[in-house]
Design a protein around this ligand. Structure first.
Ligand code: URA
Length: 256
């Protein structure tokens, strides 16, 4: 027997030999399960998303779209859901919205490959309809685990749905461009690139917000920061008001 892959653990099974084991033990030796470590764990998560059947969106997809980018990036972009092109290619933001997103990322200045890009839900809803609450719930453990593993300093949410996943009471029209605190991270909501493709007003707002991302990164580094706050979600967010406001346990030096 070779190696077996069970759940989130690899279990290596070796054939015992008389050289390294006592004479009365000649069966298969099961080496204790060893937890996967990053980046294997991220890779495994991506593979699990690709075969996920937790909700009915799996039956209509061509490909699930787990996310992609630099696994150790300090900056993570979260969109809403894959669209037509993303479903075809199994990659996030590869259509017109993606082209605009890349241009905006270049303004920071940064490259797409140096950040991590994913979505709140990983499979395309029919006709690009809004994600349903139970679909968002089913996918949340994947997104939550991606955040844990990638450990970004700043999460940039793109559009209303991504923002509301973190701050259910928030309003994108009111709260875009604010530095918010969620758990030990900064969440920075901006408009969705698709909205900017429809309206020059949203495009201007999106461009103006985008260039503030470095400010968010700096705020995440500074324990004394009194960042701009928001009174939206009361459960997991809070005002960033002083020491320990930023990610104390997060020693990531690699900002992007
Ligand atoms: N819109 C999204 O929200 N995500 C994508 O991946 C593409 C378009």
């Amino acid at each position: 027997m070779g190696s077996a892959h069970r759940g989130s653990r690899f279990v290596a099974v070796y054939r015992a030999t008389s050289i390294n084991l006592s004479a009365n033990f000649m069966g298969d030796l099961v080496v204790p399960e060893k937890p996967l470590t990053f980046p294997d764990e991220l890779h495994e998560l991506v593979e699990r998303v690709r075969v996920c059947t937790l909700c009915e969106l799996s039956s209509g997809r061509t490909n699930a779209v787990p996310g992609e980018g630099k696994a150790t990036s300090g900056l993570m972009f979260i969109g809403e859901a894959p669209g037509f092109n993303e479903d075809r290619q199994g990659r996030p933001f590869v259509g017109r919205s993606g082209k605009l997103l890349e241009k905006l990322i270049a303004k920071i200045p940064q490259r797409r490959e140096h950040v991590y890009i994913t979505n709140v839900i990983k499979c395309r809803p029919p006709e690009n309809r809004d994600p349903l609450p139970h679909e968002v719930e089913s996918c949340w453990p994947y997104l939550e685990k991606q955040i844990d593993l990638i450990n970004p300093r700043v999460i940039v949410t793109l559009g209303r749905h991504a923002l509301m996943r973190f701050f259910p009471e928030a309003r994108i029209s009111r709260d875009h461009g604010k530095l918010l605190r969620w758990r030990n991270r900064i969440v920075f909501p901006i408009y969705h690139p698709a909205a900017a493709l429809r309206s020059s007003q949203f495009k201007k707002a999106l461009e103006d917000d985008m260039v503030k991302i470095p400010e968010g990164i700096l705020a995440s580094l500074d324990d004394q920061t009194t960042a701009i706050s928001v009174d939206t979600d009361t459960r997991e967010s809070s005002r960033i008001t002083g020491p320990s406001a930023s990610s104390g346990s997060d020693n990531q030096l690699n900002l992007f």
